[in-house]
Design a protein around this ligand. Sequence first.
Ligand code: SF4
Ligand code: SF4
Ligand code: SF4
Length: 313
Amino acid sequence: MQINRRHFLKLSGALAAAPLAGKKKTAQASKLPGPSADSYGCLVDTTLCVGCRKCEQACNERHHLPKPEESFEELTVLENERRMDETSYTVVNKYYPQQIGSLTWRNRPTFVKFQCMHCNDPSCVSACIVGALTKQPNGAVIYDPQKCIGCRYCMVACPFQVPAYEYYNALTPQVRKCTFCFNYIKDGGLPACAQVCPREVITFGKKSKLLRLARWKIKNNPGKYVDHIYGEHEVGGTSWMYLAAEPFERIGFPKLGTKAPPRLTEAIQHGLFQYFAAPIGLFVVLGGIMWATGYLKDSEKGPAEETEEKGGV
Ligand code: SF4
Ligand code: SF4
Ligand code: SF4
């Protein structure tokens, strides 16, 4: 990849600013709202979903995302497991019943809608050294493209492999993921997917109420659900939670611990930034000055002189 001087100096500036960013981040992390029962969330009852993809379409339209090659009416796409990407903040997948010995868990497929889980203590927020991702008091984890330096640490850190990157966009690439329709819920509106779902699979509301509803459903429908609310405890809790009729690892969910990954990694990461970012920043700035000086010298030479140095004729 060709790196020009402007790009290099921009990168140098970002790296030199890393110690400040790290400090700002530590302060911000201590202010995070944490797993508040009063923040918003969604409860997804997978037993009700029929895989109609109307939620995918509503999300696509609300966020003006590129139209897919095949229309949202096309249900054969459900035959292959899909992941969210930079053009789809949410996808619905279809899981066929599994035969275990003579037992079958269900007699019909399970459809599951996936999107960012809006974790209570998000790894993506913790990994972002410039504070481009933030957890909002209402529960949403949102992204500020103005702050993003494109390092993509958030993509590596997310335990659900959610954030996607606009690799095709050479000039202004962004990280893309579900926004929890932040601009709508902050004004009292609903997430587009929850609003459109014809089967009321997605219940939007305060997390405390959603958890009560989930427990009520499990208790009052013996045999219908597994006794597990996915997202109640996983990775320290998530704003989006799920009910299902079969174990979650059979329907596309990763088996994760209850400890929030940032609590395990943040101390190490912030320690590293504290001690290494200043020397690295200085090194990069000095290297940048040397490189820029060499670059200017080189550009003063004629093309013949350059060719000669490279061993050409
Ligand atoms: S709109 Fe509702 S029923 Fe249709 S796929 Fe999405 S969650 Fe399932
Ligand atoms: S699911 Fe991934 S992208 Fe979404 S909040 Fe959690 S860590 Fe961040
Ligand atoms: S909450 Fe909004 S952004 Fe997230 S999946 Fe639903 S419609 Fe898309």
